[in-house]
Design a protein around this ligand. Structure first.
Ligand SMILES: Cc1ncc(COP(=O)(O)O)c(C=O)c1O
Length: 382
């Protein structure tokens, strides 16, 4: 068996969801919304199943979707992407990431990763033969410095894998951070693989800035998006990957032999959805922001030390002021009594973890959030 996967433990998401079921806990662990997603987009998918094309679609994605992706990113991020040579549809962002790492890394190449990181990154980098070089991010701001990057980059750096907005931290990196990262990518001739699945789920008037748009980055950036996050339809697994033609050639070769395609009916529905008017996107953001505000205010009233969440479905609590120093043990207790499932942020580190931060998913109905707050109040009263 391959040691990368054989040695992986059960993911914390599975463990916490199982415990949540066993103890009838309010599950704010795994990151999926209660909202069923826009009805018109779901209807389009249903119509496309019944009346549309159900055989293999083109390997790069159906032309309507590639065109819709190009128009969407022109409208929201000012990008000029050629739908024929610079856009490819994948089965979720995860497939796009796996394909990009397989296509770009030769065994022994170094890959810069920022911890805390999405759980798929490290096994995929290792399986592709990459050697990880970690940048450790810490609360409360989770920002990186020039010295951090200088310690991680080397002449062997081939790829930097960058997630913005960052899950689980809920931080949104702006121009200054991106410029610093871009300067290192250019100096070390590295390709940036940018996981931007949370690009629409941002709050307080913030707007996403893609690294690909920075000077010198157009030719060395792979941008990855996900319809699952844009439309709160996380089970659909429709992703898109964007890159200059010389990179896309290799990316498409990897995709060809991983999934080859993605269900054509879901692609048709996503093409329709990406063209929805601005009101949908601002409304979606406003709804998630209202949930965030409700939950954060409730946590604040209970005296929890809440870290800023500017994007994603998540907010973090610093448990050090509670006298806690082991987030995993804290979450194991929390799910049993008072019965709230959360995720220990240490699970997003491969080494030298921060162990005093706990992540809650607030993309839930008000009643679910209120029920969680009531239970957390019991904890504080002890
Ligand atoms: C940072 C990040 N990347 C990738 C994904 C997975 O995206 P998809 O479901 O499109 O594969 C997620 C899902 O939570 C995520 O948070």
């Amino acid at each position: 068996m391959n040691s990368v996967f054989a040695n992986l433990p059960t993911t914390i998401f599975d463990t916490m969801s199982r415990l949540a079921r066993e103890h009838q806990a309010v599950n704010l662990g795994q990151g999926f919304p209660d909202d069923p997603g826009p009805l018109d987009v779901r209807r389009k998918a249903a119509e496309a199943v019944v009346d549309g094309w159900n055989q293999y679609p083109p390997m790069m994605g159906i032309p309507e979707l590639r065109q819709a992706v190009a128009s969407h990113y022109k409208r929201f991020q000012g990008l000029d992407l050629d739908p024929d040579s610079e856009i490819m549809v994948t089965s979720g962002a995860t497939e796009a990431l796996a394909g990009a790492l397989m296509a770009l890394i030769e065994p022994g190449d170094e890959v810069v990763l920022f911890q805390p990181m999405y759980d798929a990154y490290l096994p995929l980098v290792r399986r592709a033969g990459g050697v990880p070089r970690f940048v450790k991010l810490k609360p409360p701001h989770w920002r990186f410095t020039e010295a951090d990057l200088a310690a991680a980059f080397s002449p062997k750096t081939k790829v930097v894998l960058f997630n913005n907005p960052l899950n689980p931290a809920g931080v949104v990196y702006g121009r200054e951070d991106l410029e610093l990262l871009a300067s290192f990518c250019i100096r070390f001739d590295a390709v940036a693989v940018c996981d931007e699945v949370w690009e629409h789920v941002m709050f307080d008037g913030l707007r996403h800035q893609p690294l690909l748009a920075l000077p010198g980055m157009r030719e060395r950036t792979v941008k990855i998006g996900s319809a699952g996050k844009i439309f709160s339809l996380t089970g659909w697994k429709v992703g898109f990957v964007m890159a200059a033609p010389h990179l896309m050639k290799s990316l498409s070769k990897a995709h060809q032999f991983i999934t080859f395609t993605t269900p054509p009916n879901l692609q048709a529905a996503v093409a329709y959805g990406l063209g929805k008017d601005d009101a949908y996107f601002t409304g979606m953001r406003a709804n998630f922001q209202a949930s965030r505000d409700r939950f954060v205010a409730g946590l604040g009233d209970l005296g929890f030390s809440v870290l800023t969440s500017s994007g994603s479905y998540f907010v973090n609590v610093d448990i050090a002021p509670l006298g806690e120093s082991d987030d995993a043990a804290f979450c194991q207790r929390l799910v049993v009594d008072p019965g709230v499932a959360a995720i220990p942020v240490s699970a997003f580190y491969a080494e030298d973890a921060v162990t005093t931060v706990v992540r809650f998913c607030f993309a839930k109905k008000d009643a679910t959030l209120d029920a969680a707050l009531e239970r957390l109040a019991r904890l504080k009263k002890r």
